[in-house]
Design a protein around this ligand. Sequence first.
Ligand SMILES: Nc1ncnc2c1ncn2[C@@H]1O[C@H](COP(=O)(O)OP(=O)(O)O)[C@@H](O)[C@H]1O
Ligand SMILES: [Mg+2]
Length: 249
Amino acid sequence: MSKIITIHSFRRGVGKTSLISNLAVLLALQGRRVALTDRDLQSPSIHLFFNLSDGEDAHALNDYLWNKCDILSTVQDVTPQIAENPTGKLFVIPASNNLADIMQITDTPPNIDRYVGGLEKLGKELSLDMILVDASAGLNEDTLQAIAVSNVVVLVLHPDQQDFQGTAVAVDTIRKLQVPVIHLVLNDIPDNLNEEDLHVQLEKTYQCGRGIILDHTEELMTLASAQPFVLSYPEHPLTARIKELAEQL
Ligand SMILES: Nc1ncnc2c1ncn2[C@@H]1O[C@H](COP(=O)(O)OP(=O)(O)O)[C@@H](O)[C@H]1O
Ligand SMILES: [Mg+2]
């Protein structure tokens, strides 16, 4: 079975989608066979990083979850976008940005068995090493179910009291769900904070190791989710930090 790595955060807008897209690219460039799944059905956005539009024949994860198609027909191979002939592969399973599809989540939450069945089929048919999942923020039941079937959770937070407190609740919950590994990522750090102090604070507060710290990076903001940062800035210190995390996965 391929490893399921889910990215989550207590609050929205902390950099989950940017980070998971970049991790997926780096892992595929390192030779892994990777699927990147947009499970944030309420704020779908992975399609933007890979320029995928809602075509007539294109299916989204929503179509699979609500029994309209097979999981394999939602898969888009974006490997040619990341390198000419990489040894790895990157497949994207986008979510729909159609209003009716987004509204449907509130009426009929997705079925967890169908979701897990889809991931298993993807893993087997595409011979995947890992499935990266962009989950929605907050601790609603749907997200908790997606987290519970993960082997690893990457938890992203901002240096903000609201995040520090909310993340404590999230770590506690994820531990209760018996997810074996949690990685913490403190993102969007301003220059004036001391990194070593932050590592110590993370370790002491959550007991999930020292965590990864990512600086506030204007170049990333300027890209405005139009493409993965690590492809545009392969030599940037932020890319090196994201690689450190990729190596731990
Ligand atoms: N380290 C960073 N430095 C500067 N801007 C960032 C950083 N990480 C994320 N962003 C920006 O923050 C915004 C939210 O990021 P996004 O990945 O969409 O968050 P989420 O998926 O958690 O809602 C985006 O505009 C993104 O470009
Ligand atoms: Mg997002």
